[in-house]
Design a binder for this molecule. Sequence first.
Ligand code: FES
Length: 103
Amino acid sequence: MDKVTFIERNDTEHIAQFRTGMALMQTAVEYRVPAIDADCGGSCACGTCHVIVSEERFGEAGKNERQMLEMKPERGETSRLARQVETTEAMDDLVVRLPEYQM
Ligand code: FES
């Protein structure tokens, strides 16, 4: 299994293992990462799985995802909705920062 580190705004780290092919959001929910609300269950309707990945984007955000991210005050250049990011082996040791608020 590969691992990803979720870091909250207060620098609290949550290290989670993932199976390739899982959505990043699914991993966070499984490990009860507190700053991932995932209110809509990942249907790209709420934006409460917003994350900021450490490196380059992993694939391009789709139209709906981009529209949702545009409403996020804490969005960054590498913001993604965690449900839309499917994990791959290349993501081992990925670092993901979490926004202060999910809204
Ligand atoms: S959980 Fe709703 S958009 Fe991600």
